[in-house]
Ligand binder design. Structure first.
Ligand code: PGA
Length: 245
C-alpha cells in the first residue's frame, strides 16, 4: 500500500504562506500527499499545486448538498472547487462542536456521494486510555461510522487513528501503543467490512514530526500519517516526507 501523508492545517495559514509552502514543498514519489487547508484557501491551494502530484481536501463539510444552512459548506461545493478529499470526525470537532458518530457517518456518506475520498478520524481521550477503554471506544466509533455499504462507492475511505491526548501535545503515542491499536483497528475493519477491510489505509496522527515519522510508518498496519503542527511549514513537512524513504 502506498503511504498517505496528510497535512491538516486546521485554522492556520495565509495567502502569502500558501505560495511559499508550495514553492518550497519537496515531494517524494513513495508517498501520496494531501493538503487540507482552511476551506477559504482551497482554490488558492489548487492553483498553487498546478500539475504536481498532490491533492487538496476540506477539513469539514455539511451533510446536505444545498439549503438553509448558514455558514456551512457542502461536499458537493468543495468537490466543485477542486477538493478531492474530506476529513470527517476530527476530535477537535467531536469535542468543540459536539459532533456525534451519527453525524460523522452522515458526513462520510455525503462526501462519498459527492465523489470525494474520505478520512475518518477515531481516537480515545486520556481518561479512556487510562481506564482501559481505548479499544472499546475506537471500536464503537468505527462500527457506528462505517455502518454503510462501501461496495457501492468508487471512492476511498481511510481511517486516521488519533489518540486525543497525543494531538498537539508534543508527545506522540509510543510505537507499541500505535502498533497495538492499528492491529486492533485492522481486525475491526475486517469484521465490519469483510475482505474490503484489508485494503483500507490506516493513518496515525498525533504529534508526528520528522524525528518520529520514520519509525511510526514502519509499524504494521500504519499506512500513512495525519500531520497537524508539523505540516504548517514546507520545511518541516518536507522533512517528514524525506524521512519516510
Ligand atoms: P498534531 O495534530 O500533529 O499537531 O498533533 C494532528 C491532528 O490533529 O490532525
Amino acid at each position: 500500500m502506498l503511504n498517505l501523508i496528510v497535512a491538516n492545517w486546521k485554522m492556520n495559514g495565509s495567502l502569502e504562506g500558501i505560495k511559499e509552502f508550495f514553492e518550497k514543498l519537496y515531494l517524494r514519489d513513495y508517498a501520496e500527499v494531501v493538503v487540507l487547508p482552511p476551506a477559504v484557501y482551497i482554490r488558492d491551494c489548487v492553483s498553487a499545486i498546478g500539475n504536481r502530484a498532490l491533492a487538496v481536501g476540506i477539513q469539514n463539510i455539511w451533510t446536505e448538498d444545498a439549503g438553509a444552512y448558514t455558514g456551512e459548506i457542502s461536499a458537493k461545493m468543495a468537490r466543485d472547487i477542486g477538493a478531492y478529499w474530506a476529513l470527517v470526525g476530527h476530535s477537535e470537532r467531536r469535542q468543540l462542536q459536539k459532533e456525534s458518530d451519527d453525524l460523522v457517518k452522515q458526513k462520510l456518506e455525503c462526501s462519498l456521494k459527492a465523489g470525494m475520498n474520505v478520512i475518518v478520524c477515531v481516537g480515545e481521550t486520556l481518561e479512556e486510555r487510562l481506564s482501559g477503554q481505548a479499544e472499546s471506544v475506537v471500536s464503537k466509533q468505527l462500527k457506528k461510522v462505517l455502518a454503510i455499504d462501501l461496495t457501492k462507492t468508487q471512492n476511498e475511505v481511510v481511517i486516521a487513528y488519533e489518540p486525543i491526548w497525543a494531538i498537539g501535545s508534543g508527545e506522540s503515542a509510543t510505537l507499541e501503543e500505535v502498533q497495538e491499536m492499528h492491529a486492533f483497528i485492522r481486525n475491526v475493519l475486517l469484521v465490519v467490512l469483510g475482505t474490503l477491510g484489508a485494503n483500507v489505509r490506516i493513518l496515525y496522527g498525533g504529534s508526528v514530526t520528522a524525528e518520529n515519522s520514520a519509525n511510526l510508518i514502519k509499524q504494521d498496519h500504519v499506512n500513512g500519517l495525519l500531520v497537524g503542527g508539523a505540516s504548517l511549514k514546507a520545511d518541516s513537512f518536507s522533512s517528514i516526507l524525506n524521512a519516510l524513504d
